[in-house]
Write a protein that binds this ligand. Structure first.
Ligand code: GTS
Length: 233
């Protein structure tokens, strides 16, 4: 089998479904990746309302054991959860991976920086939201630990400082090229803004990188989708 024949063609596997929520920071990661790859027209979005706890209902838990969004469903019913996994899949469909790296070295560095963006920043903001604020409300937040949430808020700010330091000497999070790692840090910035966790004033490089990211058409397309508002049920 040739490499070319192993590469799935988007038209052969579309329509694909994405279960997500229109303004969620993790869903944003996949929506931006889809816009980068020109794949948005191939997707049917299915709304799962986080605020009513739809993602914790048995019907959705059967789709994703973790009870989180987004989830990609292929035409044959295959389900892929986790933003990084979904992005890797989508990025390699056309045999031209622009977000997850071409060489073994690029792939390794981008994966590392994406994971670091999650651990040190985005996931920490998420824990802050779910534990140190009312989060998604009492129906969803069955256990909260405000002290833990506050600690994770502090960790997220340390993460911002880490990425600020990094971006002083490179244009993008994983080096010279825009990648999935930039999208993961963008997810952190989107979540931080939603929960009003401010970026420290002196994080000048992080702010400049963030401003540059807003010029990308993928980010503008994502923002326009958010501005359309919540889907009518
Ligand atoms: N590791 C997962 C991934 O990368 O996909 C995390 C996904 C995640 O936490 N998604 C959020 C979620 O489902 C969506 S959002 O907060 O960004 O909108 N949260 C719901 C919950 O109850 O944790």
């Amino acid at each position: 089998m040739t490499i070319a024949s192993q590469q799935a063609d988007a038209s052969a596997i579309s329509p694909m479904k994405i279960y997500d929520w229109f303004d969620g920071p993790y869903p944003a990661r996949v929506r931006i990746a889809l816009a980068e790859k020109g794949l948005l027209p191939k997707i049917d979005f299915v709304s799962v309302n986080l605020w009513t706890g739809e993602h914790k209902e048995p019907d959705f838990l059967a789709i994703n054991y973790s009870g989180t969004l987004p989830v990609l469903e292929l035409k044959d019913g295959t389900l892929i959860a986790e933003c990084t996994a979904i992005t890797q899949y989508l990025d390699t469909l056309d045999g031209n991976p622009t977000l997850t790296g071409e060489t073994p070295l690029e792939k390794g560095i981008i994966h590392m920086m994406t994971k670091r963006a999650e651990i040190e920043f985005l996931d920490a903001v998420s824990v802050y939201f779910h534990h140190a604020t009312p989060g998604l409300g009492p129906k969803v937040e069955l256990y909260q630990n405000a002290e833990w949430g506050t600690k994770m808020g502090e960790k997220a700010v340390r993460g911002m400082r880490y990425f600020d330091h990094l971006l002083k000497s490179r244009p993008f999070v994983a080096g010279d090229k825009f990648s999935m790692a930039d999208i993961a840090v963008l997810g952190g910035m989107i979540f931080a803004s939603l929960v009003k966790l401010p970026v420290p004033e002196d994080c000048v490089a992080l702010k400049a990188w963030h401003a540059k990211m807003q010029e990308r058409s993928s980010v503008q397309i994502w923002r326009a989708m958010v501005e359309q508002g919540a889907p009518k049920s």
